[in-house]
Design a protein around this ligand. Structure first.
Ligand SMILES: C[C@](O)(CO)[C@H](O)COP(=O)(O)OP(=O)(O)OC[C@H]1O[C@@H](n2ccc(N)nc2=O)[C@H](O)[C@@H]1O
Ligand SMILES: Nc1ncnc2c1ncn2[C@@H]1O[C@H](COP(=O)(O)OP(=O)(O)OP(=O)(O)O)[C@@H](O)[C@H]1O
Length: 311
């Protein structure tokens, strides 16, 4: 006897959030982007995207903040499905995508980018496109600067606008606490604010910090704490001054260091070990400076298949 649930093909991909342990931002380019030295680290918060055959492209989303996620063609997962269909000569993106969200929305942890990366992989698997990984990475870069890293995971240096990746060795597990904010920050607005604050001062060419790369390679949390940097942090704080209070609360709670994650408003705190991370999360939650705090570890693997069912 056939099993009805098993007869529905479905592919579920899990995909990690990121924190930028270094984000060096150069001057604005003619195309509106900024050259970066962007050191990405994938962390244990993850979304899941499930692809199933459907007459036409549709999206549903569940989980914290899902009400803020667009369900139309602007969703990065929808754009990924359309892009792969066009690239592989498929008539339509005939797929339903369901997003289980755990990555904070508009939080500077590349949640939308993660969903775009997961949708690319899910549709490639569901449609059996056989698209080589290099081609998927190139398509990912067209979707957004953060999308290729969600496929690669681990740690990587992103040059150009952040999409040209070189994987980096990581010599141990790092413990993090993420302070989640109410409401998001717009990435383009934060870059604009960064330019505005710099005024006429020329930004130096962005370069990866040798001390930071060594800290990652050695798995040395104390050295990493001393090397964390984010050129977008002053801009995020300028747009959301209350982030100063979050950073102070995390540091008073015993973090080795804290910084704004990417374009914010999520703040990331490095802890020496798991029990300290759990304690910092509890203190932050009670501090009234953030909506919630989550302890997790890094590095985490890039987007990958969680389940494939039916056929
Ligand atoms: C802040 C970071 O999350 C750090 O990883 C990324 O740089 C942002 O990456 P993303 O959200 O994938 O950004 P994209 O979708 O490529 O670009 C959105 C907007 O952010 C700004 N942007 C983005 C990347 C970059 N290197 N320079 C920029 O100025 C531009 O205004 C761009 O129009
Ligand atoms: N799948 C998606 N999930 C969340 N937001 C999405 C998605 N697709 C499109 N968006 C839009 O993108 C905006 C930014 O959301 P996202 O969660 O990617 O921000 P972010 O984590 O700050 O991004 P980044 O760190 O890459 O700059 C949202 O406000 C939303 O309108």
């Amino acid at each position: 006897m056939s099993h009805p649930a098993a007869s529905v093909p479905a592919v579920t991909i899990r995909v990690p959030a990121k924190v930028n342990v270094q984000l060096a931002v150069g001057p604005p380019r003619a195309d509106g982007y900024h050259d970066l030295a962007n050191v990405f680290l994938a962390v244990g918060l993850q979304d899941r995207v499930t692809a199933r055959p459907a007459p036409r492209l549709s999206i549903t989303c569940a989980g914290p903040g899902s009400a803020l996620v667009p369900l139309d063609g602007t969703n990065l997962a929808a754009r990924a499905a359309e892009l792969l269909a066009a690239h592989t000569g498929r008539e339509r993106a005939d797929v339903h995508l369901h997003i289980d969200k755990d990555i904070p929305v508009a939080g500077g942890m590349a949640g939308g980018s993660a969903d775009g990366a997961a949708a690319l992989l899910a549709c490639a698997e569901l449609w059996g496109t056989g698209t080589p990984r290099e081609e998927l990475l190139e398509l990912a870069g067209r979707l957004g600067s953060d999308v290729p890293f969600a496929i690669v995971g681990g740690a990587a240096l992103g040059l150009g606008r952040g999409e040209l990746l070189t994987p980096l060795p990581v010599g141990g597990t790092f413990h993090w606490v993420f302070a989640l904010a109410d409401g998001g920050l717009s990435t383009p607005e934060v870059y604009r604010e960064c330019d505005r604050l710099r005024g006429e001062d020329p930004a130096p060419a962005p370069e990866a910090s040798p001390a930071l790369l060594a800290a990652l390679r050695d798995g040395d949390a104390y050295a990493l704490a001393g090397a964390l940097s984010n050129d977008l942090q002053p801009a995020a704080i300028s747009l959301r001054p209350s982030l100063e209070d979050v950073l102070e609360a995390g540091s008073a709670a015993g973090a080795l260091a804290g910084l704004v994650s990417g374009s914010g408003p999520t703040c990331a705190f490095l802890a020496p070990d798991a029990p300290t991370a759990a304690r910092i999360a509890t203190v932050l939650e009670g501090s009234g400076t953030c909506r919630a705090a989550r302890a997790t570890t890094s590095p985490a693997p890039g987007a990958g298949v969680l389940t494939i069912s039916g056929a």
